[in-house]
Design a protein around this ligand. Structure first.
Ligand SMILES: NC(=O)c1ccc[n+]([C@@H]2O[C@H](COP(=O)([O-])OP(=O)(O)OC[C@H]3O[C@@H](n4cnc5c(N)ncnc54)[C@H](O)[C@@H]3O)[C@@H](O)[C@H]2O)c1
Length: 504
């Protein structure tokens, strides 16, 4: 079935694809919904056309998927790390082989540019490959005890894990969650965002690679997430999404004492010091704000620039922002596609209107955009926006906009910049540009209250590096070795070689 969707991609263009195959997957195959009375249309962001219908799963279907995952887990956990690695390497190979078609499907469902989608798919197979390499390294330790006795620890899987994804990186989020989960010997039931349900192709790839039927299942729906968080068989929930939904996920999971990883929103600061390489700092600020139409959790949307270089910075950043080609996301030359939905576009534009009312100045962009190509007339496009005259108390500086809107502010001293950067309940990422002062770079990185700090770059996510938040941006990590600990638990085995010394 994956073959059929992906096989149709080479000839596909924006506005030409309609998907009719079922979007659920468990027991090793796509599953038709039991009833489709509550189907929701899924739109192609670049055109506003209906791409497919998403039918939410009910509780019976969720039970079936979880049971299917449980059955596969019982087989998968018995394999050695090397055996698991072999299957996962095959999955990575298939993703790499089909990257062009997967990326195309991702663009049609999400609206981001093909250049970015290809990079997302590359990061996805690299992630599966990386965790394949770590499965064999899962090991405990040996502990000597008095009298020749000893103990050892085993790192064991958790069982059926749930992944709940956001819509901004549909395939990549599914890979980031499933690869470490599977590497540790777990099964996963994944629930994509209702806006981007086509991630189901990953389930077919894992199956083709040789995982037991049911090891990676996909169920659709919005509120389906709540059924999964409350399900008694589920051992862990890894959630990517907004802070308010993350809090609900944590509450629901608490009822079953389930482990939780929360990858939530952000309003990250980017500090640009006057000794920076301005060319790189401008490029970094653009990367920090405009990838995926600004819909990136770790974007550095609060840009603090040292006062002496503010005029040159603004001039250059505005010039380059105006030059960003916005349009058909499947064209190679496009650098910015469409936002995810009409409602989200309206919300982002609303933030800009409010910012102006609060005293911010729009230096460029911030308008709905209708590309010349007639087939894109119904798409959710806008021009990328740079805001000046912002202050820390404005809504556009405090709240996550999740669109292509950069807020720029001046600062004078390092101490002031750090204080203002940390004055937020979020703590996902941060960045600093400074060229000559190595000690300052590391001093500032240490002081910023965020899970990631980029020095002299922004928004690079190598799979080897752990990613996750401080404060309300969440806890737990994705990527890196650390994530193996979030998908496994320790068992201590204590061994007596002598007689029992009983007190009774
Ligand atoms: N930290 C990260 O790694 C990261 C990555 C991507 C996106 N995000 C964040 O995600 C947000 C945007 O994504 P979104 O709009 O899809 O977020 P969202 O919170 O609206 O939805 C996220 C997921 O939760 C599901 N959901 C909704 N209600 C639920 C419930 N009651 N129980 C369980 N699941 C439920 C949704 O269907 C979706 O799959 C932004 O805040 C962004 O910063 C964070």
């Amino acid at each position: 079935m994956a073959a059929s969707i992906l096989a149709s991609m080479p000839g596909a263009s924006t506005g030409s694809v309609v998907l009719t195959d079922p979007l659920n997957f468990w027991g090793g195959k796509r599953m038709k919904p039991r009833q489709d009375t509550n189907a929701e249309p899924v739109f192609e962001p670049a055109t506003g056309r209906v791409l497919c219908q998403m039918v939410p799963c009910g509780s019976q279907e969720v039970d079936e998927a979880v049971e299917s995952a449980r059955g596969a887990y019982l087989k998968w956990r018995e394999l050695s790390g090397t055996e698991r690695a072999r299957v996962m390497l095959e999955a990575a190979r298939i993703i790499r082989e089909r990257r062009d078609n997967i990326a195309k499907l991702e663009v049609i469902n999400n609206g981001k540019s093909i250049t970015e989608a290809l990079a997302d798919i590359d990061i996805s197979w690299q992630c599966v490959e990386y965790y394949a390499g770590l499965t064999g390294a899962l090991a405990g330790e040996h502990i000597q005890l008095p009298g020749g006795n000893f103990a050892y620890t085993r790192r064991t899987p958790l069982g059926v894990c749930v992944g709940i994804g956001a819509w901004n990186y549909p395939f990549q989020v599914a890979a980031w969650k499933s690869a470490p989960a599977l590497a540790c010997g777990n099964a996963m039931v994944f629930k994509p965002s209702p806006l981007t349900p086509v991630t189901v192709v990953l389930a077919e790839i894992y199956r083709e690679a040789g995982v037991p039927d049911g090891l990676f299942c996909v169920v659709q729906g919005g509120e389906t997430g709540a059924l999964l968080c409350r399900h008694p068989t589920v051992a862990k929930v890894s959630f990517t999404g907004s802070v308010p939904t993350g809090k609900k996920v944590m509450e629901m999971s608490a009822g079953g004492v389930k482990q939780v990883t929360l990858e939530l929103g952000g309003k990250s600061p980017l500090l640009i010091f006057k000794d920076c390489d301005l060319e790189n700092a401008v490029k970094g600020a653009l990367m920090a704000n405009f990838l995926t139409q600004g819909q990136v959790c770790c974007n550095g949307t609060r840009v603090y620039v040292q006062r002496e270089i503010l005029p040159q910075f603004l001039e250059e950043v505005v010039k380059r922002t105006k030059a960003i080609p916005v349009g058909d996301p499947l064209l190679d030359g496009t650098r910015m596609g469409a936002l995810i939905s009409r409602a989200h576009l309206d919300k982002v534009l609303g933030f800009i209107t409010q910012a102006q009312k609060q005293g911010a100045a729009v230096l460029c962009g911030g308008q709905p955009l209708v590309p010349a190509d007639p087939k894109l007339k119904g798409g959710y496009f806008m021009s990328p926006c740079v805001l000046d005259n912002c202050t820390d108390d404005m809504t556009c500086v405090k709240e996550e906009i999740f669109g292509p809107v950069m807020a720029v502010m001046a600062f004078d001293s390092e101490e002031e910049a750090i204080r203002r950067a940390n004055d937020t309940t979020f703590g996902l990422a941060s960045g600093v540009f400074t060229s000559r002062d190595v000690s300052r770079a590391h001093r500032v990185a240490a002081s910023l209250e965020a899970g990631t700090c980029y020095i002299n770059n922004y928004n690079i996510s190598p799979v080897e590096v752990p990613f996750g938040g401080y404060k309300h941006s969440g806890f737990g990590r994705e990527n890196g070795r650390a994530t193996m600990e979030y998908y496994s638990q320790l068992k201590a085995v204590v061994v007596e070689l002598g007689d029992v010394d009983s007190l009774f």
